[in-house]
Unconditional design. Sequence first.
Length: 300
Amino acid sequence: MTATELPVATPPAVPVTRRRRNPRKNGATIVWIVAMVLLVALVLYPLVWMLSASFKPNVEFGGNNSFFPENPTINNYLKVLEGIAGIPLWKFFWNSLLLGMGAVVGTVISSSMAAYAFGRIEFKGRPIYFAIMIGTLLLPFHVLIIPQYMIFRNLGMIDTFWPLLVGKFLATEAFFVFLMVQFIRNLPRELDEAARIDGAGHPRIFFSITLPLIKPAIITSSIFAFIWSWNDFLGPLLYLNSPEKYPLPLALRIYNDQTSTSDYGATIAISVLALLPVMLFFIIFQRFLVDGVATQGLKG
């Protein structure tokens, strides 16, 4: 046997041992899954019930406690699509959409500018003003109802959309300002210093550097601003008097006030239709909402 034909030693075979599963860990996993399923069922129960009840005739409300309708009908949706009080359904949707988009635009513009001022501009009394702004979060909205109503009445803005939109363009939502301030404070100041060396001022830094970097906070604020405005009932109830200017939350009240009777089927049907835009808006932008929350703990 030559040197080139020397046998190659093979390593001994290692026995394969199967890893035993921990029965306690498996039991905990099963309990966790069952608990999550029950929690999801509990959360989705009102939504499923509302969808099922929208197909019930009015005679089944009150006397019939079954979850599913015995005689399902689509007359509730047909009645809603016809409108009410001579006002088509699309008018209520348009009013809600106008208020929602106006709230988003006003909140993003005013809150981002106020947040940049608190986060990047040094001025006298900044900590005090910021603390006062945060303190407004503790002030109940009901305390401001009468003073605000008197101001808008003296300005002749009652029965218009202005009382519902003016505050959005004046950075009165301290929650959104605080959210954006935290994002801006986490941005490296070296970016601002490099921009100043190139001759950029605050407007250029704000629009070219700050706004693109706080995109998660802007999208998060937009989602909450739209949903809060879409679901707002008290504000339109105070300032709007003409039915043709009502948003969807007030349109629901019309179905319960006409001729001193309540059309429960139509009310639930329009509630389902009013919920669809909010669900679609949230589903489309939920990824940005999660990103905005996740990046809160990151430092620049």
